[in-house]
Design a protein around this ligand. Structure first.
Ligand code: FE
Length: 216
């Protein structure tokens, strides 16, 4: 299977998605017919990404990074390897890079990272599971680059004016995991408890980690 679904850029309203679904279905039929793949195997892969792999994987990574400075160092140095340490590896997670949100400091305004794939829908499956529909849609892909602050507003995220926003364009070769800011008031929390505050969107950059008490 082709793991990078580049397609032409003539569909600015996102209407290409059903077409892609049809193409995938057609491709699957041919592969099954020719005996290259077993439909049960395809179902198993889809089932895995829908139910077993998902944003909870990424949340474990973030909670560990918040809790263990030596793990954070490894994650900065080689995110793919550090993520694999927790047992999360595989398709579309082979070349991961950590991008860290930083708080405002007296000598730095703080920075917020936002991930997009302008060309198609490259996404770190091994830590976040399947991408949400909006991630693959043309409006998000275009606006994230042109007006990232507007995108954040669409998602209900307001950052200080001074905050630097960095937009990262994913590719088949490199996928990003955002390390959100650790919420205040979580000192001494267990990794399990911290992981519950880490939303999928906070690891894409269209959201923030939840404040204690604000349940997802
Ligand atoms: Fe892509």
């Amino acid at each position: 299977m082709n793991d990078h679904d580049h397609h032409d850029h003539g569909h600015d309203d996102g209407s290409a998605l059903p077409e892609i679904a049809l193409r995938v279905k057609a491709l699957e039929s041919i592969l099954v017919e020719k005996g290259y793949v077993d439909p049960a195997a395809i179902d198993a892969i889809v089932e895995t990404y829908e139910t077993k792999v998902g944003p909870r994987n990424g949340a474990r990574v973030v909670a560990r990074a918040w809790s263990d400075p030596t793990y954070l160092s490894r994650l900065r140095e080689d995110a793919t390897a550090a993520i694999a340490e927790l047992g999360f590896a595989g398709r579309q997670g082979e070349h991961m890079r950590l991008v860290e949100n930083t708080p405002p400091l007296p000598n730095h305004p703080g920075c917020h990272n936002l991930v997009v794939c302008t060309l198609c829908s490259c996404y770190p499956w091994s830590v976040l599971g399947l991408p949400p529909v909006w991630y693959k849609a043309a409006p998000y892909r275009a606006k994230a680059v042109i007006d990232p602050r507007g995108v954040l507003a669409d998602f209900g995220v307001a950052l200080p004016k001074e905050t630097e926003i960095r937009v990262w364009d994913s590719t088949a070769e490199l996928r990003y995991l955002v390390l959100p800011l650790r919420p205040a008031g979580t000192e001494g929390w267990s990794e399990d408890k911290l992981a519950d505050l880490v939303t999928r969107d906070s690891m894409i950059g269209t959201g923030l980690a939840l404040a204690p008490g604000a349940k997802s």
